[in-house]
Design a protein around this ligand. Structure first.
Ligand code: FES
Length: 107
């Protein structure tokens, strides 16, 4: 099994917590029990509208997870992490465009 990370923090914030975070953590713990991967919990990671979320190696948030998609993450974590990076890059680009537009003013 190719595991490109050392730890995962499962978000247990106010949106993720009541929507299946405990089950996601259980699946991750069962999957990686013998691989030395640290599975922990954390507070809200700021992606509530895309719950549920996990944070991989303290650097990358992967969202929109449920019991089915966490299995996809386990099967191909590189693809899910790359998808999350791409989404984050697109969002950052949109924010930069908005902030640099002539229509944007702080009041
Ligand atoms: S509660 Fe999980 S991202 Fe906010």
């Amino acid at each position: 099994m190719n595991i490109p990370f050392k730890k995962i923090a499962v978000c247990h914030g106010p949106t993720c917590g009541p929507n299946g975070a405990k089950k996601l953590k259980q699946i991750l713990e069962e999957t990686y029990a013998d691989n030395g991967i640290e599975i922990t919990t954390r507070e809200c990671c700021g992606k509530c509208s895309n719950h549920n979320s996990i944070v991989v190696d303290d650097t990358m948030t992967v969202s929109n997870l449920d019991e089915e998609s966490i299995k996809k993450f386990i099967a191909d974590p590189d693809a899910m992490i790359e998808g999350a990076k791409k989404e984050e890059g697109e969002l950052s680009k949109k924010i930069d465009e908005l902030l640099s537009s002539e229509d944007f003013t702080l009041s």
